[in-house]
Design a protein around this ligand. Structure first.
Ligand code: OGA
Ligand code: MN
Length: 283
């Protein structure tokens, strides 16, 4: 489709586009909104530069795409409960989101999309990688597609957190006070291949961070194939890379992508605001 009200500049061959010519703090016209929505479906991750957004303005923009959801593991910031702050400080060694994943696949209804807005970023480092799960699925052999098409997998919020999420969060100096200690381990069973509710395309839907095992199989039996699929999913030719500047906002389609926060800026600070939008039950 041709875009009339926005400029769309692809970031890589597989996915991702920068969108120029729109001020997200202003009231968008229906045409602008429709084209942004279309670009989100076409490019899976869309990136806006030089935006000036207060937390309520970021939440208002996100609300055009659906109902905002409260992230179960972090408290929202003061005055904007749907906005969480992701901070890595000068003294932190671990980061948040540093394993390939799609967001909240341990929920019955994982989020449709996430919007991350950069406040403070290092001069170099702290980029985010994204991968296209349509391409991950489409590039599998017919035999493996057939095997996976009927399978389901258990996704678990504690999967990578031996000793619990609280243990991991304690290690994040900048974020540990935001940790919501009341939240419990969450678990959901989802198809390994899901059909995107808007585009009708099939996408691979397992990830290293949250997917534990296939339904009716042990973890031991599942792990070799899960590892293969997770490695396959992030082949370089399926990815794009977003370099952040203060004022950059990225909005990814969580139904057909994975992402990875690169931890390559020791001693530097990075501070982002995130909102998430409700999704539906994967089919
Ligand atoms: C997230 C996440 C990546 C980043 O916000 O869901 O994984 O680069 N963040 O901070
Ligand atoms: Mn994430």
């Amino acid at each position: 489709m041709g875009y009339q009200s926005i400029d769309v500049a692809p970031l890589a061959g597989a996915m991702g586009a920068e969108i120029h010519g729109v001020d997200l703090a202003s009231e968008l016209t229906n045409q602008q909104f429709d084209e942004i929505h279309q670009a989100h479906l076409d490019y899976l991750t869309i990136v806006f530069r030089d935006q000036k957004l207060t937390p309520p303005q970021q939440a208002d923009f996100a609300r055009r795409f659906g109902t905002l959801e409260i992230y179960p593991f972090l408290k929202g910031i003061e005055g904007a409960p749907e906005v969480v702050e992701l901070i890595k400080t000068e003294v932190d060694t671990e980061n948040f989101g540093g394993v390939w994943h799609s967001d909240t696949t341990y929920q019955e209804k994982p989020v449709m999309g996430s919007m991350l807005y950069a406040h403070e970023v290092p001069d170099a480092g702290g980029d985010t990688l994204y991968a296209n799960m349509y391409l991950a699925y489409e590039s599998l052999s017919d035999g493996l597609k057939e095997l996976l098409d009927g399978l389901k997998a258990h996704n678990n919020s504690a999967q990578l957190y031996r000793g619990g999420r609280a243990k991991k969060m304690e290690k994040l100096a900048g974020m540990k006070d935001q940790y919501n200690t009341e939240s419990d381990v969450l678990e959901a069973l989802h198809p390994v291949v899901r059909t995107h509710p808007e585009t009708g395309r099939k996408a691979l839907y397992v990830n290293r961070s949250h997917t534990e095992r296939f339904e009716n199989m042990t973890a031991e039996e599942s792990t070799p194939l899960l590892h293969y699929l997770c490695d396959h999913s992030i082949r370089p030719e399926f990815t794009c890379r977003v370099k952040w500047e203060p004022g950059t906002l990225a909005f990814w389609d969580n139904r057909c992508t994975q992402h990875f926060a690169i931890n390559d800026y020791p001693g530097k600070r990075r501070r982002m605001h995130r909102v998430i939008i409700e999704g539906d039950t994967p089919h």
